[in-house]
Ligand binder design. Structure first.
Ligand code: NMX
Ligand code: MLT
Length: 560
């Protein structure tokens, strides 16, 4: 029987993958044959249960993971994970291991792995809406939460569950309406998310409204509704107020998280239609999955745009725990703030130009290139434009990364999508040219900054200043900012590509792009948040120090 189950699963998987990259070694696992850079074997855990309910699957998994964490702590609690240097403290904690994040892990060379699976592997094994199509984000949510690849039936059940949870209370839209239409889409979106935290208990509201009419004069106290009567807090907050035991925190967190993930597309679509279209809400389509429905509610029903949205949401969902949005969400949630509060905080981090807003910045920058030089810009003209950006003290958006040291695989899969569906699009061709032109320039920036330091020293000695703003001339930088600038990763990241794909299918409004990133990121942040509560992770509170403390500490260390 066991053998039969193994064989049938193997053949299902082979038929999805179309090749022999997967080997079953035992009942529940298969081994992906490419070794990773750490030389360890990666295990792809297949779903053995036919249970369609995600909550009960998690309930089964949690005790064993709690035991695992307990054992790690008791066996290895004192094992060192590295040395903290002054550079790390001043330099944004790069390379400092400081967080536990179960859902994904980022390798600097290889890129992201979701529960051990790379993006191409996810594209092969996660259920799709159509044969050889892009993965369904619901499948990724299941994978992130359970560590197991779901069956198509399980993904369909989760799709339905998300649709059933997707109703957005009217006043969340009203909260957005209270802002000027000109407010940035991310500001409007986060406001909507905050409003989702509290919802009106419609049944209770109706009963009391009737009572109010009937007994207006008799029951004066009911004329003004008691504060909080209809306001049901987030499930977590409600349960916390009622004194829930901490061993059960994960359950209302799960409810809030699924509700939040389910409702975000409607809130995000409202923001889009309010700012850029007629403001009319397009209702959810009961026949569509999460990604396709999001596209539909925005107003885009081209099946290829549906596929793009499935891919987009999947690849933007999670990027281990240290990125600004994930880390912020995790930090805020560690104070037992509910998922709405935590995720809204995460979105505010995502809205910064060095993080999620970079997708907006990339398309605006590309459009400014086209405006100034035309679509058929030569590589030499492009080089000058890139230098002009750098010389004026700005970053080239979409390039570089805090951890990655190679081209982002999320960039590569979007490039493959473009080569398949829009190879002749002029903006895609421009993005391809940038892939050739930008990395050598960013590598050259180190030498250019060294040259400019020299020039600045010489001109200061001669009492004159010179700044001609040509290629690689950073002499107009104030001295604090002019140092040896060494870009650690000159390659493109996820944001370098997403805009031109969306633009091609008609979603041309770059200012909106970070909202799409935000909806996607809820899947990773909320999945980990459920595990934070299940594993009882504590309040996050690292130590900070002053410059004086650093000076004294380092002097003592040098003298010892
Ligand atoms: N253009 C110009 N300068 C850059 C770039 C770039 N694309 N990337 C890095 N540098 C500079 C960086 O500003 C820093 O300068 P300084 O010493 O004067 O502070 C120097 O190179 C060293 O930086 P790194 O250690 O290579 O990178 P870091 O980890 O500090 O920053 C980013 C990572 C992503 C913030 C940086 O590469 C960047 O600003 N990129 C452009 C913005 C972007 O695309 N952000 C999106 C990242 C992905 N996401 O979605 O969040
Ligand atoms: C992300 O997806 O969060 C970005 O690539 C930034 C990061 O990982 O630091």
């Amino acid at each position: 029987m066991v053998l039969f189950r193994c064989l049938s699963r193997l053949s299902t998987l082979r038929s999805r993958t179309g090749n022999d990259c997967l080997n079953f070694l035992c009942d529940d696992y298969c081994q992906v044959q490419q070794p990773n850079n750490l030389g360890s074997v990666r295990w792809l855990q297949m779903q053995t249960s036919t249970d369609l309910d995600l909550h009960s699957q998690l309930k089964e998994l949690i005790p064993e993971q709690q035991e695992r964490l307990k054992k790690i702590r008791s066996d290895y609690g004192k094992v060192q994970l590295g040395n903290i240097t002054t550079d790390m403290v001043i330099g944004g904690m790069r390379g400092m291991v400081g967080l536990l994040w179960e859902t994904s892990l980022l390798d600097p060379e290889e890129g992201i792995r979701f529960r051990g699976l790379s993006i191409p592997e996810c594209q092969k094994v996660l259920p799709a809406a159509q044969p050889n199509g892009e993965p369904l984000p619901e499948g990724l949510l299941w994978l992130l939460l359970t560590g197991k690849v779901p069956s198509k039936e399980q993904v369909n059940a989760l799709s339905k569950e998300l649709r059933d949870r997707a109703t957005v209370p009217d006043y969340a839209f009203k909260a957005i309406d209270a802002l000027p239409v000109s407010a940035h889409p991310m500001t409007q979106f986060t406001t909507g998310v905050m409003a989702l935290q509290v919802y009106l208990n419609a049944g209770l509201f109706l009963v009391f409204s009737v009572l109010r009419c009937l007994f207006l004069c008799l029951l004066k106290r009911l004329v003004t509704f008691p504060n909080g009567l209809f306001q049901v807090q987030s499930e977590f907050q409600k349960a916390y107020d009622q004194g829930i035991h901490k061993s059960k925190y994960w359950e209302p967190t799960f409810e809030d998280s699924l509700n939040l993930i389910a409702r975000l597309p409607a809130v995000a679509a409202y923001v889009y239609r309010r700012i850029f279209k007629d403001g009319k809400i397009i209702p959810l389509d009961e026949s569509l999955d999460y990604g396709a429905n999001f596209s539909h509610m925005l107003g885009f029903d081209d099946p290829k745009m549906h596929e793009l949205m499935r891919l987009y949401v999947t690849i933007h969902s999670d990027h281990e725990g240290g990125n600004v949005s994930a880390h912020t969400g995790h930090l805020v949630a560690s104070a037992l703030s509910d998922p709405y509060l935590s995720f809204a905080a995460a979105l505010n981090g995502l809205a910064g130009p060095l993080h999620g807003l970079a997708n907006q910045e990339v398309l605006l920058w590309i459009k400014s290139v086209v405006e100034e030089c035309g679509e058929n810009i030569s590589k030499d003209q492009l080089k000058d434009y890139v230098w002009k950006t750098l010389n004026s003290g700005k970053v080239v958006p979409g390039f570089g990364h805090g951890v990655l040291r190679k081209t982002d695989p999320r960039y590569m899969c979007q490039r493959e999508f473009a080569m398949k569906h829009l190879p002749n699009d002029p903006l895609f061709q421009l993005v391809s040219k940038l892939y050739d032109v930008v990395p050598p320039i960013l590598t050259e920036l180190g030498k250019a900054s060294a040259r400019s330091i020299q020039t600045q020293l010489e001109t200061t000695e001669q009492g004159a200043t010179s700044s001609n703003n040509q290629s690689g001339d950073l002499t107009n930088f104030p001295s604090f900012y002019l140092h040896y600038i060494q870009v650690k990763n000159p390659w493109p990241n996820v944001d370098a590509h997403s805009g031109v794909l969306l633009n091609y299918y008609g979603l041309t409004e770059a200012r909106y792009y970070t909202v799409l990133f935000g909806v996607s990121r809820s899947i990773g942040i909320c999945s980990q948040l459920i595990w934070d509560r299940a594993l009882g992770l504590p309040l996050e509170r690292p130590k900070s120090v002053t410059m004086e403390w650093l000076e004294n500490h380092c002097k003592k260390a040098a003298a010892a």
